[in-house]
Design a protein around this ligand. Structure first.
Ligand code: COA
Length: 143
């Protein structure tokens, strides 16, 4: 994903309260921002009947570089797959530090659309789901 020309899904300044014993930002704090950014992208991909999504899995989290106090943490989330009730996302995290952009973390996260009782519900409305199923069932065009 090229992030330079895109708007981040979330961005936040890292604060001293979020540091570990080495003075870097806790991995758990970065994870929480990844989770939020993935949820924003997942929610945006859902039909309007979906009021909430919950995280079902965080996968392949790679912390490539440390994050420092004062860094602007930018999460770029994109939807990679829409299932029946689940939405898969990929999140790339960069920091802006003194004018420099540094890729620090990336992760895959999966969300599930749920009703008010926390039960999975379809991501898409019936019409869109039927249109998509029809498209998926079409044989590939001969080249
Ligand atoms: C998310 C939750 C509602 C799913 O309930 P469930 O009964 O396991 O639902 P299902 O087995 O029908 O799976 C629902 C979807 O999630 C997907 N899924 C389930 N476990 C998964 C996993 N480990 N990795 C990826 N996808 C997964 C299924 O493939 C299915 O997708 P599809 O409908 O697109 O094919 C339930 O597990 C839950 O409440 N978990 C806790 C959520 C939570 O508290 N998150 C943290 C705070 S947001």
């Amino acid at each position: 994903m090229t992030t330079k020309s895109k708007c981040p899904t979330t961005q936040v300044v890292m604060m001293p309260r979020d540091t570990n014993g080495m003075g870097n930002i806790f991995g758990g704090v970065i994870l929480s921002h990844i989770d939020l950014a993935g949820a924003v992208a997942a929610r945006a991909a859902c039909a309007s009947h979906v009021r909430r999504v919950v995280t079902v899995a965080m996968k392949e989290v790679v912390f490539k570089k440390p994050v420092h106090v004062g860094d602007v943490l930018c999460c770029y989330a994109e939807v990679t797959r829409i299932g029946r009730t689940s939405i898969s996302t990929h999140i790339e995290v960069e920091v802006n530090r003194a004018g420099e952009t540094i890729p620090v973390t990336e992760a895959d996260a999966v969300y599930v659309a749920v009703d008010e009782n926390g039960r999975p519900i379809p991501v898409l409305c019936a019409t869109r789901a039927a249109r998509r199923a029809k498209k998926d069932a079409r044989p590939p065009k001969a080249s």
